[in-house]
Design a protein around this ligand. Structure first.
Ligand code: KE4
Length: 427
């Protein structure tokens, strides 16, 4: 089984740390050998041994319209002949910025970068430069990329591998990152009282996706908004996962809450390396070359990445029914899984918002990192492998949201539910 993947994984480890270019791909927490992918189309991945999988990762979010979405593929093919990068301004970057502004609320100016990490890192630096303050508040289990300031009680791969403190992140940097539990507004108020006038920003995943999918309790985000208004703190929505996925206007639109700065990644690039940060002119105008908060990138606004992202976003903007379809498919998956679990005596809880969903083997509600960590994640790891055998590719960690694409069919959903039922029966 997976002979070629096994050989490739062994070979990869001689030249790539851990054999992968991003830790979450290594199956380290779920165990076993990562499958190496040959190609993908629509809702399906095909590994190097020819096995087909229903894909619930979708490149960790970008493949919202399914893999190898024709218009994006064609746009890239047409564009690439005119060179892959200029390092000089282009009209396409203006069109991309204008398109983002037409979709995202509260974005007067937007700067393109090449990853979600770069977007979040730049937004934090901007908030610090704008306020003249040093500290930030982030939430335990949220992941904002791998910039030093964020690697404190972070989610995603750090939670998966239980990395509490990251070697190389200095005590000085870590000291400027304050943390609170997700959904704990009192803890945030306490931090703000203790560090009066020192906090530049509160950064949050408005719907968290890096400790599984975790929803904000009613009033939580509204409470953070009012604390930021009162204290002159920059409120940053990290919408790298939720942006253009929950709605054309992301979580800001869906939840009706205004952020001061918003960061994007994943869907915005249609699978190409793109991130962005944007917000009110009053803040964004501090970014170089307008202001002195320096931020730069050789391949920022790269024409190939831009045409891929522009084609993706334009499709999402022009076809709002995509969001209804995504939500309906996710609801139907939720319903099917719920039925399968309810028939078993296995404790579980399913969290869902829009097309983000996660299954937790927990009898208690999962509302923050502690409750996600307290679930029976060893059982999740067993579930992961049982589903992989059944040709269902889930994120290889209980600390990840599943991602749905419009390419998912009713049959795919039914197979996922049936495979889950078989797993539970065989326990
Ligand atoms: P990137 O630098 O990986 O493009 O984006 C970082 C990031 C920022 N903010 C949020 C909310 C994110 O989810 C991410 C990246 N997400 C992970 C998956 N949970 C990327 C997968 C990986 O690390 O390989």
């Amino acid at each position: 089984m997976a002979e070629k993947s096994k050989q490739l994984f062994e070979r990869a480890q001689h030249s790539i740390p851990g054999g992968v270019n991003s830790p979450v791909r290594a199956f380290k927490s779920v165990g076993g050998i990562p499958v190496f992918i040959e190609k993908a189309k629509g809702a399906y991945l095909y590994d190097v041994d020819g096995k087909k999988y229903i894909d619930y990762i979708n490149s960790w979010g970008p493949m919202i319209l399914g893999h190898a979405y024709e218009p994006v593929v064609k746009a890239i093919q047409d564009k690439v002949a005119d060179s892959t990068s200029f390092g000089a301004p282009t009209e396409l970057e203006i069109e991309m910025a204008e398109l983002i502004k037409s979709m995202a609320p509260n974005v007067d100016l937007v700067r393109m970068v090449s990853s979600g990490t770069e977007a979040c890192m730049s937004a934090i630096r901007l908030a610090r430069g704008y306020t003249g303050r040093n500290k930030i508040i982030k939430f335990e289990g949220c992941y904002h990329g791998h910039a030093d300031s964020f690697l404190v009680k972070a989610g995603s791969g750090l939670a998966t591998f239980n990395i509490q403190t990251v070697p190389g992140v200095t005590a000085g940097v870590a000291a400027d990152t304050l943390t609170a539990a997700y959904n704990d507004l009192d803890a945030v108020q306490e931090l703000v009282n203790t560090h009066k006038g020192e906090i530049a920003a509160i950064i949050i995943e408005p719907i968290a996706g890096n400790m599984g999918c975790i929803l904000p309790k009613p009033g939580f985000l509204e409470g953070l908004r009012s604390i930021c208004d009162k204290e002159g703190i920059v409120f940053i929505f990290d919408e790298v996962m939720t942006g253009f996925r929950l709605a054309a206007g992301g979580a800001q639109e869906k939840l009706g809450i205004n952020a001061d700065l918003v960061t994007y990644g994943k869907v915005i690039g249609g699978g190409m390396p793109v991130g962005a940060f944007g917000g009110k002119k009053e803040i964004m105008q501090h970014i170089a070359p307008l202001g002195n908060v320096y931020q730069a990138g050789t391949l920022s606004g790269n024409p190939i990445a831009m045409i891929a992202g522009y084609t993706m976003l334009k499709t999402l903007k022009d076809t709002p029914s995509v969001y209804t379809e995504l939500n309906e498919k996710t609801a139907s998956l939720h319903e099917g899984l719920d039925k399968a679990f309810a028939e078993s005596n296995v404790p579980y809880t399913i969290n869902r918002f829009g097309s983000m969903i996660s299954v937790h083997f927990s009898e208690k509600p999962v509302t923050d990192f502690a409750s996600a960590a307290a679930a029976n994640n060893a059982l999740f790891n067993q579930y992961f492998h049982a589903m992989l055998q059944e040709g269902v590719y889930l994120p290889p960690s209980a600390y990840e949201s599943w991602f749905i694409s419009t390419a998912l069919s009713t049959e795919d959903i039914q197979h996922t539910v049936d495979a889950t039922r078989r797993f539970l029966k065989n326990l």
